[in-house]
Design a protein around this ligand. Structure first.
Ligand code: SF4
Length: 254
């Protein structure tokens, strides 16, 4: 397994150069998700966090971590607009797994200002207001949570399309202080994800049983229609815009 030449900067942060990160990604490309998580948890320990919105991909990784390294930090963003089914799943995970879920919240003063100015459902008014809402409810709390972290794990997969098609297993995240971003199931497809969930009796968001294929905030997510791609139910009223909130892209609100 890859043993990186770890360098520490003044704040004891573990840092990697682009070429080191590329080499790690190449070494891990054909390793199993479990092997990648084992490498990540032994390399970064408490300076590693799984960030999950409790979608199927995140649940697969959380279940693997519970077996490999149950003291790994798990974090989620409560935007304040999540579906009830997602809150129910968070409760279920807390009960079922011996893992503490760290819940991050938006800054209430920031929310008050944008809601007063643009309305509680501003996201339906324009693309830029939708991005502003995502920025205040998701991007800002995530950025704060990743400040003292060396690496984070996500459930991104290449089959989700768009900018995710070329997701590497490991990359430097320039959006978040150049920490390492680890995507252990980047090469998984839906069949593999649901096979794992069924084989391991992993709890999942019940909205999947109602035709949802990607689950975010309640007012911005709907089930997909026949022949639509998996992320079509996100911000469904927007035409021709990236199906991203900005966490995994460099998209900026105006
Ligand atoms: S998904 Fe919708 S409600 Fe959630 S943060 Fe983005 S715009 Fe706001």
């Amino acid at each position: 397994m890859t043993k990186p030449d770890i360098k520490k900067n003044k704040s004891t942060k573990t840092v990697f150069s682009e070429s080191e990160a590329t080499k790690i990604a190449e070494d891990l490309e054909f390793k199993s998700a479990e092997d990648i998580l084992l490498w990540a948890t032994t390399t970064f320990r408490q300076r590693l966090v799984l960030s999950t919105s409790f979608q199927a991909t995140g649940m697969v990784i959380l279940d693997m971590l519970s077996k490999i390294s149950p003291d790994t930090r798990v974090m989620t963003l409560d935007t304040g607009r999540l579906p009830k089914a997602t809150y129910d799943l968070i409760d279920q995970v807390q009960d079922q797994y011996d893992m503490q879920i760290e819940v991050q919240y938006p800054d209430s003063d920031n929310l008050k200002k944008i809601v007063a100015k643009h309305g509680i459902n501003m996201f339906y008014k324009s693309y830029s207001l939708r991005l502003l809402c995502c920025e205040k409810r998701k991007l800002e709390p995530l950025s704060k949570a990743l400040v003292d972290i060396d690496a984070w794990i996500t459930g991104l997969t290449r089959q989700q399309g768009g900018t995710r098609t070329s997701t590497p297993k490991v990359t430097i995240d320039h959006k978040h202080n150049d920490i390492l971003k680890i995507n252990p199931i980047a090469d998984w497809d839906n069949k593999m994800i649901w096979q794992y969930i069924n084989d391991n009796k992993v709890p999942y968001n019940k909205l999947y049983d109602q035709g949802y294929t990607s689950i975010g905030c309640d007012p911005c997510t709907r089930p997909i229609e026949k022949n639509e791609d998996d992320r079509s139910g996100r911000w469904w009223w927007e035409k021709g815009m990236p199906k991203e909130c900005g966490i995994h892209t460099f998209t900026k609100s105006k």
